[in-house]
Design a binder for this molecule. Structure first.
Ligand code: SF4
Length: 576
């Protein structure tokens, strides 16, 4: 029997609750957003006692379905002021699902100055005072907990950035190798820090496990689904070989690789930081070019990157991070970027928000363009030690821009725009504008169709078809984010006719349901609309669904493209 765990940090009590009937068919993002929309007053302070932090595994998490092990976290975001869902791999989602935990809701705020840890297991959740691990980075926290509680213990933690409640702070989740994956965007680590929870340890010993309504039907659908993931050239070849960093050269060629804080669309140093160079470096140094962020991932876009001495430097080394410090900050040295990535994992800080913040800081003259060593120093000595400069950079690109009077600040709803220039890939610009999450490429990844020609072709430089493309992908993504599936299943789902029906068949076989494709689309629409309604009630308006002015006034090379959508055209996104 699934259950809801509720933790009240004001009076330090916990409860195990039945799952309300209206939540029974929900998981992942659909559930976190539903709970936040129902229980969090939209105008509350995101770091105050009335915000709630919700974790929920996806509908298929814990099953043998490939790539289904993602955990959603939701709250009101201290970065955007709107609703936030951020999902992650690692071991926690599958452990929660096996324990029958539909959601963990953390509410309230402790009186006094004490810090706490949560312990989750088959009997529910307990709260314990925590002193020993305060101030430590995520790697030390995971090592200490594994030594204390065993190698198999699941860990959800915040680093020093979360303890300082920086609005770029993320929530880190242990992966199967004892390394880190992140609920990256929107400052959810600051929300966990505001509730003064340093970590959540999970023990799934004695867990009831997952009961499938129709195991045979599940197995049949699962085979078809996995074959589709393996057969598609992007999920079956490109991502497993080069990771997401396969995109550096592709975006450079397309003129959509934001360079020097979104001044140009191409980067002269692209070959030094591209996926092909990264792959060869990893192989030469004895790292791992393929690695899954959770058990059951068959795509394995992640990797383990070693330094020149063959020692671990970082893993989960994503395109968006490499772009952000690489092209965007003109750092053409992979080792510097990898070290910075490791430090950001350890501090528990969003690598997209922070990389874009460094680009704005370089524009402000706070450090030289291309100076990877100074980026590393600032991460260690300023952000890590909580100096005034460190706290400004750690509060994101918008905070740096406001503090230092920079006008070229690439944010939407105060969240940094990631690795695809919206002037030369216009579909993704519509996603940045309209996603209730703020600028978020994963919310409606039009790069698939605009650049990779997956699911058809829509010319990235023309306006025609972009609103519809973004809308359809955002609806589909809101549904996929609710299943616990990794977003990269979208490639085969868009191109291989058997893939989506197999996904729906697995959900039906898991729950004994009779969902149709229309039901799944309906779920995506419902989720998007309730997230939008929360944002409007929180005080955001359609004026927040806009790109910064410079995208309209400053053409970007090589296409001399500008952002040319009218407000009415953008607002038409919501006509569904
Ligand atoms: S494809 Fe990449 S992001 Fe997706 S589950 Fe696998 S390792 Fe994680």
């Amino acid at each position: 029997m699934d259950k809801i765990l509720r933790v009240n940090m004001t009076d330090l009590t916990t409860a195990v609750e039945e799952v309300p009937a209206e939540w029974a068919g929900l998981g992942g993002r659909a559930l976190t957003s539903t709970i936040v929309a129902k229980e969090v007053p939209p105008t509350c302070h995101a770091l105050g006692p009335n915000n709630k932090l919700v974790f929920a595994p996806g509908l298929l998490s814990g099953t043998a379905a490939s790539n289904s092990g993602r955990l959603s976290a939701g709250a009101k975001s201290p970065l955007t002021g709107g609703i936030k869902e951020s999902n992650v791999g690692g071991t926690a989602a599958q452990m929660f699902a096996r324990l029958g935990i539909k959601a963990l809701i953390v509410e309230g705020m402790p009186k006094g100055e004490g810090w706490y840890a949560l312990k989750v297991g088959k009997d529910g959740v307990t709260i314990e005072e925590e002193r020993g691990l305060l101030g430590l980075g995520n790697f030390a926290v995971i090592d200490a907990l594994q030594a204390l509680l065993g190698k198999k213990t699941g860990v959800i933690a915040i680093g020093p950035a979360g303890e300082m409640k920086l609005t770029s702070a993320n929530i880190s989740v242990k992966d199967p190798s004892g390394k880190i994956r992140s609920h990256g965007r929107g400052g959810l680590g600051a929300v966990m820090g505001s509730k003064r929870i340093k970590f959540i340890a999970i023990d799934d010993e004695g867990a009831p496990g997952i009961q499938l309504a129709d195991p045979e039907a599940f197995k049949r659908a699962s085979r078809v689904f996995t074959k589709a993931l393996m057969d598609h050239p992007v999920s079956g070849q490109g991502l497993p070989t080069y990771g997401t960093n396969v995109l550096v050269n592709i975006l450079h060629e397309a003129g959509g690789l934001p360079t020097r804080n979104f001044t140009h669309g191409q980067f002269d140093g692209h070959e030094q930081i591209c996926g092909e160079t990264m792959h060869d470096t990893i192989v030469a140094r004895g790292g791992k070019p393929r690695h899954g962020c959770h058990a059951g991932c068959v795509i394995q876009c992640s990797q383990v990157y070693h330094d020149k001495e063959g020692q671990y430097l970082t893993s989960g080394f994503e395109y968006e991070t490499i772009w952000g410090l690489g092209a965007n900050c003109l750092i053409a040295e992979l080792d510097d970027i990898a070290l910075a990535d490791n430090l950001m994992d350890d501090l528990g800080i969003d690598s997209i928000e922070t990389a874009v913040a460094f680009g704005v800081a370089m524009e402000a003259g706070l450090l030289p363009w291309g100076d990877g060593k100074e980026v590393v120093r600032i991460l260690r000595e300023e952000i890590g030690k909580g100096t005034a400069l460190g706290r400004v950079i750690g509060s994101g690109a918008g905070a740096v821009g406001r503090t230092y009077g920079v006008t070229r600040v690439p944010v939407v709803k105060n969240q940094a725009i990631p690795a695809y220039d919206p002037r030369s890939v216009k579909g993704i610009g519509i996603t940045y504008c309209t996603s209730p999450m703020g600028a978020d490429h994963t919310a409606g990844y039009t790069i698939a169709t605009n650049i990779l020609n997956v699911g058809g072709q829509v010319d990235p430089l023309k306006k025609e078809g972009q609103v519809e493309l973004s809308r359809n992908l955002q609806i589909a993504t809101a549904a996929i984010d609710s299943t616990g599936m990794c977003i990269f299943i979208a490639f085969p789902a868009l191109d291989i006719p058997e893939c989506l029906p197999a996904l729906i068949a697995m959900i039906n076989a898991r729950f004994g349901a009779k969902l149709t494709g229309e039901d799944v689309t309906g779920l995506g629409k419902t989720v998007l609309k309730l997230e939008r309604a929360f944002n409007l009630a929180a005080g955001l308006t359609s004026a927040d669904d806009r790109l910064p002015e410079f995208f309209s006034s400053d053409p970007v090379t090589p296409h001399q493209a500008v952002w040319d959508f009218t407000n009415e055209e953008i607002d038409a996104f919501w006509d569904f």
